[in-house]
Design a binder for this molecule. Structure first.
Ligand SMILES: *[C@@H]1O[C@H](CO)[C@@H](O)[C@H](O)[C@H]1NC(C)=O
Length: 241
């Protein structure tokens, strides 16, 4: 028994040592994940409690960056059959946001991106209407037809700061994000515009029932790290829930 325990301990320690992975379950309220390097070896993975069976989705997050070129990926969700099942990215080259639904990209123009400031972004989609909408810094996009009208199903691999071109990997330099990401919430429904506005204003907003930043299981790798929001940016505190 003791031998087995030692063996397991050895594997766990060496595994961690070799890949420098760190998995945690934590409240990340008032915290950011910092991505300090343009490298495909730094990332954060989020681990939801259950596999997906959702016919609607809302993802909200805040990001802060100084990238003026490339196509940084903010949120990338892959399933074994659909490597780009859902994703959110900012194309600095084209000055537009991109949402991908079931491997089908849809672009949103004219939404704001503020250099070296917090950008609050929400994206919604539901399988009944097949319509996608994005919100950035209290500006709403139009609603656009996007993707096949089928539910999200299966065990997802969710990565922040990189774009998954295959299930759980295949990162490309053009899609690397540098900066801060915070307040990531994923809901199994389309939030109302009022609820989205509350999130944008940092007031008492609804936490995700699929991914909740305030109770998050995550793994970070490479130079990605968790830091205090008020220590790295000028930031007025969010309302306590
Ligand atoms: C996931 O499970 C943990 C532990 O039971 C729980 O505290 C947390 O709230 C759950 N997360 C979500 C988003 O439901």
């Amino acid at each position: 028994m003791q031998r087995l325990a030692t063996y397991v301990f050895f594997i766990v320690c060496c595994g961690l040592e070799l890949s420098q992975l760190k998995t945690d379950q934590n409240c990340l309220r008032e915290k950011v994940i910092t991505f300090p390097q343009l490298t495909t070896t730094s990332w954060a993975k989020l681990h939801p409690n259950e596999s997906m069976d959702m016919s609607a989705v809302t993802v909200c997050l805040r990001f802060y960056s100084d990238q003026v070129t490339g196509h940084p990926s903010l949120f990338s969700l892959a399933t074994p059959s659909l490597p780009q099942d859902f994703s959110l990215s900012w194309s600095a080259d084209l000055k537009q946001y991109q949402m991908v639904i079931h491997n089908t990209p849809v672009q949103f123009k004219g939404l704001t991106f503020n250099l070296n400031q917090w950008n609050s972004v929400c994206a919604t989609w539901d399988a009944t209407s097949g319509l996608a909408q994005m919100f950035a810094n209290e500006v709403a996009s139009i609603r656009k037809e996007a993707g096949p009208k089928t539910a999200f199903k299966g065990a997802p691999a969710i990565t922040l700061g990189q774009y998954q071109t295959q299930y759980d990997g295949g990162f490309q330099p053009i899609n690397v994000f540098t900066g801060f990401i915070s307040d990531v919430h994923m809901h199994k429904q389309v939030l109302s515009t009022r609820q989205i506005k509350t999130y944008m204003e940092g007031k008492k907003y609804k936490h995700g029932d699929y991914i909740n930043w305030h109770n998050l299981k995550f793994t970070i790798a490479g130079s990605a790290q968790v830091e205090e929001k008020q220590q790295v940016t000028f930031h007025t505190k969010e309302d306590q829930i």
